[in-house]
Design a protein around this ligand. Sequence first.
Ligand SMILES: Nc1ncnc2c1ncn2[C@@H]1O[C@H](COP(=O)(O)OP(=O)(O)OP(=O)(O)O)[C@@H](O)[C@H]1O
Ligand SMILES: [Mg+2]
Length: 365
Amino acid sequence: MSNPIIQVSALTKRFGAVTALDGVSFSIEKGEVFTLLGPSGCGKSTTLRIIAGLEDASGGEVKLNSRVIFSAEKRVNLPPEKRNMGMVFQSYAIWPHMTVAENVAYPLKLRRLPRAEIRARVAEALRQVGLEAQADRDAPKLSGGQQQRVALARALVYEPDILLLDEPLSNLDVKLREQMRLEIKMLQERLGLTIIYVTHDQAEALSLSDRIAVMSQGRIEQDGSPDELYNQPRTEFVRDFLGKTVTLPGRIGAVNGSRASVVLDNGAGQLAFTPVAGAPPLSSGSEVKIAIRPERITLSQVAEGGENRLSGRIETVLYQGDRTECTVRVGDDIITIYGPPEARAMKNQDVELFLAPEALTIWPS
Ligand SMILES: Nc1ncnc2c1ncn2[C@@H]1O[C@H](COP(=O)(O)OP(=O)(O)OP(=O)(O)O)[C@@H](O)[C@H]1O
Ligand SMILES: [Mg+2]
């Protein structure tokens, strides 16, 4: 990290007997989208609120551009309005009885900016989110997506150094959520915004973020690029939170440097894989689980045989338009994989599965 805009070190937070944060540290570069991802109650909002200055931490430190803005030990706590951060909450909290423009102008009025400047800045913020035409409408009468854009404009209007977004899309329906996701990404790239994004939606995190920190019970389990977390998860929690996984129990067979095999318990055969460099050595005969993302399994109707090909039988097929979701019996196991749309007609057929060796990972049983 060269010159982080935000540095969070060893944050802890207790609410009475509840430990909400248990040593959270990360830093964020200017222009990055950094996402806190995790299940309900893991401490995402608490972290964001401490960064915004809306909540005190019990321990730890927050730096903004190398300046300490919060420190439990040094008793430093810069008030929220001096941190120059824009925040959008889950319930986007549009002020009723105000027009769109009045909503967006509100933070500037609080800061007592001259009227002409307020007018210019509001117009600019509304232009950025595509709401110029709605400026004089009553804000509460807009659609959900439009209200969400008002909230974004209101957070952008005073040109914050950092935008803090707490589940900003969770009130919207699926289609609108996907559209707004794209709009936020485009706005972020166009304005070079630094964003801390909070969500429990893994698809949202994977598509929006430069970096993701997966949180569980007040701690960061792993942080890295979306690709790193998806393909090289270090824990089962991270692996399963980010997507679907097929796991099969077995025993380590031959180990030969950069190549090893697992003999499956289900009687369907064995699978070759590449052990992770630097991981603890594997011992022959030890019980493990071998895992793979379903999209790395290919389904074919012709049996070719050969390495990492298992025979199976399709038991059920769910047609989804662009693909199918098939449950396949492999030996004594039943696994769920994705097939092409044509697999719709393949119920009860014998098939062959190819599990790419480089996509297989080994986990304790
Ligand atoms: N004001 C509070 N008083 C007491 N406990 C709190 C308070 N705020 C948060 N907590 C507790 O701290 C923990 C973390 O809460 P937080 O709101 O940060 O979770 P979250 O990850 O944002 O969850 P969600 O996805 O449901 O919004 C939870 O156990 C929560 O019950
Ligand atoms: Mg929350």
